[in-house]
Design a protein around this ligand. Sequence first.
Ligand SMILES: NC(=O)c1ccc[n+]([C@@H]2O[C@H](COP(=O)([O-])OP(=O)(O)OC[C@H]3O[C@@H](n4cnc5c(N)ncnc54)[C@H](O)[C@@H]3O)[C@@H](O)[C@H]2O)c1
Length: 453
Amino acid sequence: MGKEKSRRYFLKNLGLSGAALASTPAVLTGKKSDSSIPLQKRKSKKSPNETLQLALIGAGGMGRADLKTALQHPNTEVVAVSDLYDGRLKAAKETFGNDIFTTRDYRKIIDRDDVDVVIVATQDHWHKQISVDALKNDKHVYCEKPMVHSIEEGPEIIKAQKKSGKVFVVGSQLLSSLGYEKAKQLLKDGAIGKLNYAEGVWARRSAKGAWNYPIPKDASEETIDWDTYLKNTKYYDFDPERFFRWRKYKDYGTGMNGDLFVHIISGIHFITDSLGPNQIYSTGGIRFWNDGREVPDVLIGTFDYPNVDSHPGFNLSLRCNFVDGTKGSGYYVMRMVGSEGFMEIRPNQVVYGRNKILDGIDPYMDPAKIHEQPEKRKKILGPETIVYAAQKGYKGCHYDHFDYFFDAIRNGKDVVEDAVFGYRAAAPALACHESYYKKKVIQWDPKKMEIKN
Ligand SMILES: NC(=O)c1ccc[n+]([C@@H]2O[C@H](COP(=O)([O-])OP(=O)(O)OC[C@H]3O[C@@H](n4cnc5c(N)ncnc54)[C@H](O)[C@@H]3O)[C@@H](O)[C@H]2O)c1
């Protein structure tokens, strides 16, 4: 369906016809401002009885959550867990069963024949090596985001995935959600007109939100395999801060950009079918948390997306503030804006709205009518927004992300967020670092996946 046809189809589906289709403020007329998202029905699929045997490498906060989500799916079971801190291995046994195999050495896990799937949820600086080793050992891999710790690491994972023929997925789960799928469809249907701008905002105001997590009392060189932790990076004397509050340090984490921006970049790429931006600039500073951290606690990143077949040129602005007094702690917003409307997108909800001026009474929007007077009589306006909400009982995007992953493994399908997709999202996010520290604009070739300057 052509773009205009699809836009008209979308508007018609909202209950519009005739004149209202031409200009369209009344697009929302008479509609309930709350509707479910019925269009993204999950595909029904065969569920082979064969059990997928899972292993987790990196059993901290996210790894445990990932494994719990994975195990909600039928015919899955966990056989092994690896972590560098004994406290987490003990906790893994308590949560997942005493009979699971636990080890500090991840290689002992990927060497096991009874492991089909490996979840990699370590600090960012270990993602690449463990993923590549696991793929080489014929494991399917669910690798947490960002896929890589540095831009240089991407090609090796892409190569390993291709060579292995195994399913590799990156854990930016938003794009598997009902909300993001709905947004993709709304954009395609022309609901917001021509996309020209998108933004994501994170606002936090707490120690934990700023990555100062509690450090266990028993943390020591006896309970933590410090040497392995540092094996692929610089040497430091034992420092529990660098282990438990790793996001503050460049050697293990990737700043707000790698940690948070990458989620929205992945989501935008999914919604727009984009290969990525061609120009990236980032600025910020340490405004409050002078606690020895190396990465900013306020960061702004701007991304220029070129005009290509799949989307018009648009600008993406991402900002994150860990000392934000505007609201309660922890909110984030992702908004896409077009010439005719906007969408605020969450995993379980899309708030869609249109600019009221589009009801046709503003003559200045049409150069040919610039001298005409606006109509005198006021019009009845439709609701400003429509809320598309997921049906009650929706299990959420983490669940869906594993669902697509397991479906790909079982039925030989592709996943959206494979190594190439993961790299195309991670690299621009990581380029913010490059831009911030070197104070320069980064030119990126999204097709070739290369830095140009
Ligand atoms: N998808 C999401 O929404 C989401 C949310 C939070 C975190 N994450 C990602 O998940 C990853 C983990 O984050 P976290 O908050 O759980 O960190 P965490 O510190 O709680 O856990 C990381 C664990 O990995 C272990 N580890 C490190 N190197 C290892 C190695 N070589 N072998 C075995 N274990 C090793 C550490 O011992 C630690 O327990 C990060 O990459 C993060 O970006 C994703």
